[in-house]
Design a binder for this molecule. Structure first.
Ligand SMILES: C[S@@+](CC[C@H](N)C(=O)[O-])C[C@H]1O[C@@H](n2cnc3c(N)ncnc32)[C@H](O)[C@@H]1O
Length: 187
């Protein structure tokens, strides 16, 4: 599986408004996100999904956006400030050791890993971190690009999440690439 990290020039391409025709953030995420929620978005890039998430959680919610590349975060910060949404978004710089979300333990209602799991060198460790951050009953949506991730690779990814304890949930409609909704069962 390709472990290359998406370069910043691709980050700019991912902000193209035409992307909405194929991947509409409201359609993909609006089913799961409610006002007041705490949402975790690892691998947020320049924030194609982060700004819509911040609108969905409203003034009482927050989005914790985690990125390994400073350039992605600085562009996202500028875009969020311009949109008046920075107050709802917490930007975090991930390190080689992981996402750095230990302090969120049991606080996250919903996590969205969008086109990023295939870039993670240790998927089990990644799912373990998200698992700890989620509340019991919390959900993780994983979407992977068909172009980079085969069906077999995607099945391996879902299996790694299941090993941690996640339960795949049936989805009434799928949008975009390879997609799985995973639940941390209620305690
Ligand atoms: C293909 S981009 C997708 C960006 C965004 N989710 C989107 O769909 O527009 C994948 C992102 O994951 C980030 N990433 C890769 N490895 C990471 C890691 N270990 N921790 C946090 N972010 C990571 C990359 O820097 C990149 O911005």
């Amino acid at each position: 599986m390709d472990r290359l990290v998406c370069p910043p020039w691709v980050g700019y391409l991912l902000l193209n408004p035409l992307r909405k025709l194929l991947e509409n953030p409201d359609k993909i995420l609006g089913r799961f996100v409610r006002e007041g929620m705490t949402v975790l978005e690892p691998g947020c890039g320049m924030g194609y999904f982060t700004l819509p998430l911040a609108r969905m959680v409203g003034p009482k919610g927050r989005v914790v956006a985690v990125e390994i590349q400073g350039k992605m975060l600085s562009v996202l910060e500028r875009r969020a400030r311009k949109a008046g949404l920075l107050v709802r978004i917490e930007l975090r710089h991930a390190g080689a050791e992981g996402l750095g979300v230990e302090d969120l333990s049991g606080q996250v209602d919903f996590a969205a890993a969008l086109h990023m799991v295939h870039e993670m060198p240790h998927q089990s460790a990644f799912f373990g971190e998200v698992w700890k951050a989620l509340k019991p009953g919390g959900r993780l949506l994983v979407v992977e690009p068909r172009g980079h991730v085969s069906q077999h690779q995607f099945e391996q990814t879902v299996a790694a999440a299941e090993k941690i304890g996640f339960k795949p949930e049936a989805m009434s409609s799928k949008v975009g690439g390879r997609e799985s909704l995973l639940t941390k069962p209620p305690a």
